[in-house]
Design a protein around this ligand. Structure first.
Ligand code: FMN
Ligand SMILES: CCCCCCC(=O)C(=O)O
Length: 374
């Protein structure tokens, strides 16, 4: 693909231009790992296409002098509902890796979620983003003592919620990674697992083998109950795509549900998250906060997700592209860009606060073909 931007100093104007930069300058193995979806990548395309099938229904002639994108997540204030999803191994994109992303989130007063599979430790990230809102993404390992240890460390380091990823019993099949023999480069480490018996290395074995060896195929809702019993942090369950599981998550006491298909990297041909969202919001009926990730690239995407009941959206690849472009500054630029596009969508739709954005502001394109049937 030809670069859209002229070079390192040209400032991209949108997320796609950040991606174009990353596609040009990242090493192939890294780029393929970041960019890929599972199998035929049907869901990867759907995550984007489904947003374009939704049309905005703006209202007019209201006072739009003051647009406020601020909201709260589990009671914590944020300046924008555009947050950072957990992405593994960020030092492959930039030497500052997770330190840069978490500092960017803090500077933009939004939420950063640290991946368990990070190349910077729980404690080092905490030190770098000070008072910024941080959540910790957790996998439940076969070794429950190790899992408990991660939870204790996250709590102690001031993370405000646990984001339990539940869509990864095994790693999705990303064929480019298989072809490339993808593994963490030798100069980087799994920073949360460097000492003693908990030392984990994915430099030799690769992610797929790592998952097979250490992840538990027998994780159930009982384990979520166990997790609740060992922590006072709220639990957000990440990777829910059906109303049935959303209800079970509420029943077991999860305070948040992140509607996610893992950026289309796990089971291919599952629905786009924006299409799975409305039924989940309806089933949850206010018992938990509902968030969305997957394919959010524009402020209008964020607006549509909020209109359909998400409290916030999380960006995965876009912040990796910002990181690859210019470290903390690039991540900040991506967050600012999508937030400012959201503010524009709000102004054009005559909604001045996040709370005003409701389902009347979007319609599926099918409506315009046969409005009487919908
Ligand atoms: C390179 C990469 C690494 C990821 N690593 C993790 C991870 O460690 N834990 C996790 O729960 N999700 C992980 N995800 C999924 C993201 O949290 C998120 O669900 C997804 O990227 C959102 O879709 P988007 O990339 O289209 O914004 C990863 C995604 C990517 C692209
Ligand atoms: C160690 C394997 C778990 C997956 C880590 C990263 C991830 O979630 C991804 O999508 O890649």
């Amino acid at each position: 693909m030809a670069p859209v931007v002229a070079g390192a100093d040209a400032t991209p104007l949108n997320v796609d231009e950040f991606e174009a930069y990353a596609r040009t300058y990242l090493p192939k193995k890294t780029l393929d790992y970041y960019v890929s979806g599972a199998d035929d990548m049907v869901t990867l395309k759907e995550n984007r296409a489904a947003f374009t099938r939704l049309k905005l229904m703006p209202r007019v002639l209201r006072d739009v002098r003051h647009i406020d994108t601020a909201t709260t997540l589990l009671g914590q204030p944020v300046a924008t509902p555009v947050c950072i999803a957990p992405s593994a191994m960020q030092r492959m994109a930039h030497p500052d890796g997770e330190l840069a992303s978490s500092a960017a989130a803090a500077a933009q007063k939004t939420c950063f979620v640290l991946s368990t599979i990070s190349t910077t430790s729980i404690e080092d990230v905490a030190a770098s983003n000070g008072a910024g809102l941080r959540w910790y993404q957790l996998y439940i390992f076969k070794d429950r003592e190790l899992t408990r240890d991660l939870v204790v460390r996250a709590e102690k380091a001031g993370y405000k919620a646990l984001v339990l990823t539940v869509d990864t019993p095994i790693l999705g099949s990303r064929e480019a990674d298989l072809r490339n023999g993808f593994a963490l480069p030798r100069h980087l480490t799994m920073a949360n697992f460097t000492g003693g018996k908990h030392a984990h290395r994915v430099n030799e074995v690769g992610l797929s083998q790592y998952t097979k060896e250490l992840f538990d195929l027998n994780i159930t809702w009982d384990d979520v109950a166990w997790l609740k019993s060992i922590t006072s942090l709220p639990i957000v369950v990440k990777g829910v795509l059906t109303p049935e599981d959303a209800v079970l998550a509420c029943d077991v006491g999860c305070q948040g549900i992140l509607v996610s298909n893992h950026g289309a990297r796990q089971l291919d041909t599952v629905p786009a998250t924006i299409e799975a969202l409305p039924a989940i919001v309806q089933a949850v009926a206010g018992r938990a906060e509902v968030y969305l990730d997957g394919g959010v690239r524009r402020g209008t995407d964020a607006f549509k997700a909020l209109a359909l009941g998400a409290r916030a959206v999380f960006l995965g690849r876009p912040t990796l592209w910002g990181l690859a472009h210019s470290g903390q500054q690039g991540v900040e630029d991506v967050l600012k860009m999508v937030t400012s596009e959201l503010a524009h969508a709000m102004m054009f739709s005559a909604t001045t606060s996040i709370a005003e954005i409701g389902p009347n502001y979007v319609r599926h394109e099918a409506y315009f073909r046969s409005p009487s049937k919908l």
